[in-house]
Structure formats: C-alpha cells, structure tokens
Design a protein around this ligand. Structure first.
Ligand SMILES: [Zn+2]
Ligand SMILES: [Zn+2]
Length: 279
C-alpha cells in the first residue's frame, strides 16, 4: 500500500514544474487509519518477535560495563538490575545502544522495547532507535509552490496545507471510542523553496507518513479537548512574524530539523528509505 503511494508520489513529484509561472500543487494522502484489514504497521500489535528484533538490531552486548548508574533503574551497571528479581536470567548483562553508545541493563532495554513498541528511545539522550510512529488521524497533506518570497528569502515559497475532518478516536488516542474534532483546519505552513526548505519538506513528508505531525489531545491555544493538535514539530503558519509563527526567523530551519530528529526523522531516512523497508 505504502509502496504504491510512494510510487505515485515520485511520479507526481517528477512531473511537477517547480519554478514555472503557474503555481503548482501536489497532494499526499495518508494511509487509511484503523480500517480493519487495511491497517498499516502502526496499528499491528507488536509481538515478542518485534521486541526481539528491536533489541537485536539496536543494542550490542557490553562486556566491560562502566561503573555508572543505569539510566532506567539507577542501579550500577556493574550490578544486576533491581528488576532482575523476575528471574529472566537470559536478560542479565549490559547492552550499548548502537546509535549513541549509551549503556543500560539488557533487562531495562527490554522493558523499554515493550513499552515503546516500534522503537527504543535512548533513556540518556532520547536518540530514536527504530522507527517511531504516531497516532495522527487520516488527513491530507498538500504541497504547492508559489513565486512570492517569504521575508528574508528570494527563492519562492513552499506552501503546505494540512486538511483533516473529525472522527472517532482509536486505540492509542486519549479517549478511544469518543469523537475528535478538526478545529481550525485547513492549516497552512510555509518554507522557503530553496535546497534547505525542500530537504525539510522531504523530512516532513516522512514524518507525515509515520503519522507524527499531528496528534489528538487538548489544544494549547484554544483549550479545546479532543481536537487534532500539533505534535512537537513546529511549523511557520504565518507569512510574516505577527505572533512569533512567521518569517524572518534565522533559527527556524535549524530548530525544525532538530525537532524532526527528536521524532527519529533524519536525512538518513531519505537516503536509505528505512520507511519503506520496514513495511
Ligand atoms: Zn537498569
Ligand atoms: Zn544515548
């Protein structure tokens, strides 16, 4: 399903005239959400094999554990974990996270793998090991380019439009079975149409496919409950800087790159297509 979507996406992308005189538009539609028989991997209940896969892929045995407290149970890494009273003897020992090199008890790593399902965040530095997936409901992400320039740029502008409707909350949402509303949609966001802006757009598209850009909760701005809200990846929703959400903002492109990284979305995803190979 996602493979098809991606093929279609690359076809559309290839046919888009980026800097033409006419404004162009392309549309990304997210996968069906919680539809029986069509549910993507975000909704599959992970079994033991998924946890084993996470542990095997993203941790390595540490033969000489440092004399430091484990970031999960706070016991020294040179002693067994407090949690080892559960008699899981095969889980004794200390492991290192493969990406950042931080150490923790193997048993504690297993507990993290169980609670987070599709990824293990390093308990020390939060580096995402695996693919983090969110609970963003079904919606539409539209991307088009316009020739007008954002303050501080002379390269044209990428306009992203997010569209959602209301629905019923599923498992993983705050109130399963209750309705949610799409308050204050469609929402628009702007990026400069230069190399950096297009790179960030690609990262946002990965985040969109992983359902990480929005979630359901209480709106910070309106106080409304059970509505679709932004999920920690800031967007510039104003053209000019009226309320701190527009341009110029010299730090914005760095900041949003960092926020995407905290969700586990990095340039490595664009190169290796991790997103697709996981399907
Ligand atoms: Zn521990
Ligand atoms: Zn770490």
């Amino acid at each position: 399903m996602l493979k098809l979507l991606n093929d279609f996406w690359w076809f559309v992308k290839g046919s888009v005239q980026k800097k033409g005189t006419q404004n162009t538009m392309r549309t990304l539609r997210s996968k069906a959400y919680c539809v029986p028989g069509r549910a993507g991997p975000s909704f599959r209940v992970p079994g033991e094999s998924q946890q084993e896969w996470l542990l095997e892929t993203y941790t390595r045995a540490h033969s000489t554990p440092p004399d430091e407290p484990c970031p999960i149970c706070m016991c020294s890494l040179q002693c067994p974990s407090d949690c080892s009273s559960q008699e899981l003897t095969e889980d004794e020992g200390v492991v290192k996270m493969t990406k950042c090199g931080h150490s923790l008890h193997k048993l504690c790593a297993r507990m993290m793998a169980e609670s987070k399902q599709y990824f293990i965040p390093c308990p020390m530095c939060k580096t995402v090991h695996g693919v983090r997936r969110g609970n963003q409901p079904d919606g539409i992400m539209e991307v088009r380019t316009v020739n007008d320039n954002l303050p501080g740029f002379d390269c044209g502008t990428i306009v992203i439009t997010y569209r959602f409707g209301g629905g019923i909350q599923g498992q993983g949402h705050p109130n399963p079975g209750h309705p949610y509303r799409a308050h204050a949609f469609p929402r628009r966001a702007f990026l400069p149409d230069n190399e950096r802006g297009n790179k960030i757009l690609q990262l946002l598209e990965v985040a969109w496919q992983r359902r990480l850009i929005f979630t359901i909760g209480t709106s910070v701005t309106s106080g409304l409950e059970n509505v679709i809200t932004w999920n920690e990846i800031h967007h510039k929703t104003e053209w000019e800087d009226f309320h701190g959400h527009g341009y110029p903002d010299p730090a914005y492109l760095d900041n949003v790159t960092m926020e995407l990284e905290l969700q586990g979305v990095t340039e490595a995803d664009l190169e290796s297509n991790v997103n697709q190979s996981q399907e």
